[in-house]
Design a protein around this ligand. Structure first.
Ligand code: SF4
Ligand code: SF4
Length: 203
């Protein structure tokens, strides 16, 4: 499990929030392992430094994913200007995207499921066949344009989505709306536990 997520799970270990972060993190672990194997097997590579999909996109996230991102922003990244940017809701695109940063995503270790799967996972067609389609932004990249997948081992996006939905009953929302709500909830629990969640980071 990644260090950032493990740290958050430990911090909230005595609470319902900690349980929810742990369950979510286990899904992310599986997705990381599966997508890495899938991309290696089918020679799928994003163009180096590309972040087009984030530039034009606002992810839908579940309440558990919102709590994960809010916890990370408040307790690990501690970047108040980024928190304010999310709260202002000034863009129709993801507020966590940074075009000037070579890694682009400012919450990479806790990014939501859809961001982990986009361009790196097969999907299922109506007839049950599994296919992979290259993302529509990836003009010059090295990915195959279309693959038919004939392996029962390969999981599809909907399978991970169902696993995520099974974690909780709350509605999905745009990332900025979901994270704003979660910042309040995580702030209350953090205050109750006595965490310092307000210190901006030096970086
Ligand atoms: S999925 Fe497509 S748009 Fe997104 S980083 Fe990869 S190549 Fe770029
Ligand atoms: S959360 Fe990160 S990976 Fe997802 S759209 Fe925003 S910047 Fe991109």
């Amino acid at each position: 499990m990644c260090d950032d997520r493990e740290k958050l799970i430990d911090m909230f270990s005595s609470t319902h929030l900690g349980d929810s972060l742990k369950e979510l993190s286990l899904i992310y672990d599986d997705v990381e392992r599966d997508t890495e194997e899938f991309c290696e097997e089918y020679s799928i590579h994003c163009t180096l430094g590309c972040g087009e999909c984030c530039e034009n996109f606002m992810p839908d996230i579940t309440p558990a994913e919102a709590n994960m991102i809010a916890s990370y922003l408040m307790l690990i990244k501690k970047d108040m200007s980024l928190i304010e940017k999310v709260k202002k809701k000034t863009s129709i695109h993801c507020p966590l995207y940074d075009s000037n940063n070579p890694y682009h995503c400012q919450v990479y270790s806790v990014r939501p499921l859809v961001c982990r799967l986009f361009g790196q996972c097969a999907s299922k067609m109506k007839d049950g066949k599994k296919i992979f389609r290259r993302c529509r932004f990836s003009g010059g990249c090295l990915m195959p344009e279309r693959l038919e997948i004939d392996s029962s081992e390969i999981k599809t996006m909907d399978e991970y989505g169902l696993r995520l939905q099974a974690l909780e009953s709350g509605d999905v929302s745009d990332l900025d709306d979901g994270v704003c709500k979660a910042l309040e909830e995580v702030g209350l629990i953090s205050g109750f536990l006595g965490f310092d969640s307000k210190t901006p980071s030096a970086s």
